[in-house]
Design a protein around this ligand. Structure first.
Ligand code: SAM
Length: 241
């Protein structure tokens, strides 16, 4: 998969050299290319922004540098047509389901806003999808873009040592949190690991995990819990003490 990023701060993406996204890049599962928006500025001073029409505080990214950069990236990609994502607090909330869908695409182009954001006319004309990482505002689209790239990269074939690990994480099954995990020592400051996990009884462990996952979802994300359609087995497990 190839991901192009259009940003005012390409250096921030060095964070994706580490850990799983770094492994994805080294293994060629992911080709990440950052493009510096100022290379497409409207003048020799590197101007890419301007004051908002209507008068309010802050600056807005002008549409022409964005379009020039887009044309450049499209030319570089040749026949491949990227899905164009704009990071925006006004977009749809990014979810694990969306990460799974994006991971199936060959080409993504992520546009990072800054200041007050990008001129709406560019978004209307050239953006396929606006994605938000949550109900809060950060200073630029770079960290949100990195979150999306990380979430997508770990789902690319061959990137995780054991794909089964992702399949037991929170949200792998929609609207469900994962279960708590434990490792050695069995006794930490008097707190012991749930007995069932050291019993070696696989069926009881499976049931404990279902129960723990559902209880955690009910406690921490009641909004998600109420959307779940529980199987008969899950209802029985949840009801049992
Ligand atoms: C200071 S914010 C602009 C906020 C914008 N004026 C608004 O009302 O939504 C600057 C940039 O950060 C990015 N950004 C901020 N919060 C975000 C979020 N929750 N999800 C995705 N991107 C976000 C966007 O690219 C945005 O253009």
């Amino acid at each position: 998969m190839r991901i192009d990023v259009l940003t005012l701060f390409p250096e921030m993406f060095a964070a994706l050299d580490a850990s799983i996204p770094g492994r994805a890049r080294k293994s060629d599962s992911l080709l990440l290319k950052c493009h510096y928006l100022r290379d497409f500025a409207i003048n020799k001073y590197g101007q890419v922004d301007d004051v908002p029409f209507g008068g309010e505080a802050g600056m807005v990214l002008r549409p022409e540098p964005l379009k020039k950069a887009l044309d450049h990236i499209l030319e570089e990609l040749g026949p491949a047509k990227p899905h164009v994502v704009h990071m925006s607090a006004q977009g749809r909330i990014f979810t694990q389901e969306r990460a799974k869908e994006l991971a199936k695409m060959d080409n993504l182009l992520i546009i990072c806003g800054h200041y007050k954001g990008i001129d709406q006319r560019f978004a209307d004309a050239y953006v396929d999808e606006e994605l938000s990482i949550g109900e809060y505002v950060v200073s630029g689209g770079e960290l949100p873009a990195m979150i999306i790239i990380d979430a997508v990269a770990r789902l690319l074939p061959g990137v995780l040592g054991d794909m089964a690990s992702a399949e037991t994480d929170s949200f792998y099954l929609p609207n469900r949190l994962g279960w708590p995990v434990y490792t050695r020592p069995q006794d930490f400051e008097g707190r012991t690991v749930p007995e069932v996990l050291v019993s070696g009884h696989h069926e009881n462990i499976r049931k404990w995990r279902i129960k723990a996952s559902l209880e955690l979802t009910r406690k921490n994300r009641p909004d998600l819990f109420q959307t779940l359609e529980l199987t008969d087995e899950e209802k029985k497990i949840l009801g049992s003490r």
